[in-house]
Write a protein that binds this ligand. Structure first.
Ligand code: SAH
Length: 468
C-alpha cells in the first residue's frame, strides 16, 4: 500500500490552493464539503472563484503563492495548470513539511484525492494508487447505489444515541444492538416513517430486556485458500466471530474476512512444523466460549477431513457448549477441479480413497492390493514425504508403474502448481520440483490438459508443469 488512507479533520484548518483554473475549481468543489479555511492564490481566477470569495466561502489573493503563505497550512494544492509553477509550489510546501497534492502528478504528490462516496457521516474513500481511476469511479457508482441515502439519517441518529446505548452491558451487547439498528430496525423505521429517536429507544428497551446469548464454538471449513470458495455460512460465521482460532494453513485472504474487532489466534498445526498441542487448542476454545464469545474454530479445507474434528467437538460438548460444524471444500476437490478431472468415474472407479501420508505405514496387505488395482483413485494428504514408501508398496502389490499421478500444491491459490507424472517417477519428480506449501497427491488421475496433449501414458520423463 503506497497511499495510506486516513480521514483528516479539516475543521478550521488552513488549506492553500495555488491556481485559479479548472483544476483548482475541481479541488475547491471537494474542499467545500469540509469546514476548512481555504485560501486561493491566482492572478487571474475563474469567475466562480471570485464569486465564492465575494460570498466569503474562501479567501482570494490575486497573485502567485509565496513561501510564507504556506506556513501553518495543513494541505497545499498545486493546481496552477503549469508544470514549472506547480513544481515550485510543491517545493515550497515540502520545504515546510506541508502535505502537497500536485494535480495530475502522482509522483510529485504526497497525497492524492480518492473517489468519495459521501453519505455524511458515512464517507467511503476509494483509491487505486493511480492505477485504475476508471475502476474507482465504477466502484463508486456501485457503492452509491448500494448505500441508499437513508443511511446518513440512520448514522446521524445513531451518533446522537451512542451515550444511551452504553446502558447495554458489554461490547457484545452493544454490537448486537447496532447491528440490529443498521441491519433491520433502522431501515424499517425509515420505511415506515417512524421518528428515528423513538425507534432507537424501542430497540434499546428490547435489547435491555434480552438475555445475552451464551458463547459457542463453530467449526468452520475455510476451504483450500481461494476466498471465493468459502461457503456463505462460513462468511457469516466469520462476520459474527468474537474469536477466530485458526490453523496455520488457512490463507491470509480468508483471515482478512473476519470481523475487524475479532481476536485472531493462530493455533496451528502444519505438516511436520511446530504445532500447538491439542489440549491447548481445546482449552482456548472453551475458555473463550465460556466467557461469552462466539468462537470460530477455522480449519483449512473441510474440518471433517484430517482436522481432528471429533476430538475438538467432544471437548466442546463435554464443556456443555453449543457448537455447529460448517463444512468446507476439501483440498482434494479443489485439486481435482484445478486439473479438470472427476474424482470418480463410471466404469473406472466407483469410489476413491482419502488418505493421509502420515498413516499409510499402518496399512494392511488388502489395503495396498485394493489401491494398486487398475483404475483406483486416491487423494493423499500430507503425503509429500511419504512418496518413496507409498510408491514402493504400491508397486510391490502390483500397481502399474505408469499409473498417472498428479500433485497439486497450493490448490486454488495464486501460487498453485501442478506436477503430472507417473507412480514410478513420483518420488524423484517431487524431490526435484521443491514444492512449497500444502500439496495433495491425486493417485490415478492425470490432468485433462496433459492427457489431451499426449497420446497416452506413460507421461513425460520430466515433470510436466501446467500453468494455472
Ligand atoms: N482439512 C483439510 C486438510 C488438512 S490436512 C482439507 O479438507 O483440505 C493438511 C493437508 O491438506 C496438507 O498437507 C495438504 O495435503 C492438504 N491441503 C490443504 N490445503 C491444500 C491446498 N490448498 N492445496 C493442496 N493441498 C492442500
Amino acid at each position: 500500500m503506497r497511499h495510506f488512507p486516513i480521514f483528516l479533520d479539516l475543521t478550521q484548518s488552513r488549506v492553500v490552493v495555488a491556481g485559479g483554473g479548472e483544476a483548482a475549481l475541481a479541488k475547491l468543489r471537494l474542499l467545500f464539503k469540509t469546514q476548512a479555511a481555504i485560501t486561493v492564490f491566482a492572478a487571474d481566477p475563474a469567475a466562480d472563484i471570485a464569486r465564492w470569495a465575494a460570498a466569503g466561502r474562501l479567501r482570494l489573493e490575486h497573485r502567485a503563492i509565496r513561501a510564507e503563505d504556506i506556513a501553518g497550512a495543513v494541505l497545499a494544492y498545486a493546481a496552477t495548470g503549469e508544470v514549472d509553477e506547480d513544481a515550485r509550489v510543491a517545493g515550497l510546501a515540502r520545504a515546510q513539511g506541508v502535505l502537497v497534492n500536485v494535480v495530475d502528478d502522482l509522483v510529485a504528490s504526497q497525497f492524492i484525492t480518492p473517489a468519495i462516496v459521501d453519505r455524511t457521516p458515512i464517507t467511503i474513500a476509494i483509491g487505486t494508487e493511480g492505477a485504475a481511476p476508471v475502476l474507482a469511479r465504477t466502484l463508486k457508482g456501485e457503492l452509491e447505489k448500494r448505500l441508499e441515502s437513508g443511511v446518513s439519517a440512520l448514522a446521524e441518529a445513531g451518533r446522537a444515541f451512542r451515550d444511551r446505548a452504553r446502558a447495554l452491558p458489554g461490547v457484545r451487547a452493544r454490537c448486537a444492538f447496532w447491528a440490529a439498528w443498521y441491519g433491520t430496525d433502522g431501515p424499517a423505521a425509515l420505511a415506515r416513517g417512524t421518528p428515528l429517536d423513538a425507534a432507537l429507544e424501542a430497540l434499546l428497551a428490547r435489547h435491555l430486556a434480552h438475555q445475552p446469548e451464551p458463547g459457542r464454538v463453530d467449526f468452520v471449513g475455510a476451504g483450500p485458500g481461494d476466498p471465493d470458495l468459502l461457503t456463505l455460512k462460513a462468511r457469516k460465521a466469520l462476520d459474527g466471530a468474537d474469536v477466530v482460532l485458526h490453523d496455520r494453513l488457512v490463507a491470509p485472504g480468508i483471515l482478512d474476512l473476519a470481523r475487524r474487532e475479532a481476536t485472531m489466534i493462530e493455533a496451528g498445526k502444519e505438516g511436520f512444523g511446530p504445532s500447538t498441542p491439542q489440549d491447548a487448542i481445546n482449552r482456548l476454545m472453551i475458555e473463550h466460549a465460556r466467557a461469552g464469545a462466539r468462537v470460530v474454530r477455522l480449519k483449512a479445507g473441510d474440518p471433517a477431513v484430517f482436522g481432528r474434528l471429533d476430538e475438538e467437538i467432544e471437548a466442546v460438548r463435554d464443556a456443555g457448549l453449543d457448537h455447529a460444524v460448517i463444512p468446507g471444500i476439501t483440498a482434494a476437490s479443489a485439486a481435482a477441479a484445478s486439473i479438470g478431472r472427476s474424482l470418480t468415474r463410471r466404469g473406472r472407479n466407483s469410489g476413491y480413497q482419502v488418505l493421509t501420508g502420515h498413516d499409510v505405514k499402518g496399512f494392511a496387505e488388502h489395503d495396498w492390493r485394493a489401491l494398486a488395482r487398475s483404475g483406483s483413485v486416491a487423494a493423499i494428504y500430507m503425503g509429500k514425504r511419504a512418496t518413496r514408501f507409498l510408491t514402493g508398496r504400491l508397486m510391490m502389490h502390483g500397481a502399474d508403474p505408469e499409473t498417472p499421478v498428479t500433485v497439486v500444491a497450493n490448490a486454488s491459490r495464486p501460487d498453485a502448481r501442478t506436477l503430472a507424472t507417473s507412480l514410478a517417477r513420483l518420488p524423484d519428480v517431487l524431490e526435484t520440483a521443491g514444492l512449497t506449501g500444502p500439496a495433495v497427491i491425486l493417485y490415478g488421475l492425470a490432468p485433462a490438459a496433459a492427457e489431451a496433449a499426449l497420446p497416452a501414458f506413460p507421461m513425460l520423463d520430466t515433470p510436466e508443469e501446467i500453468a494455472l
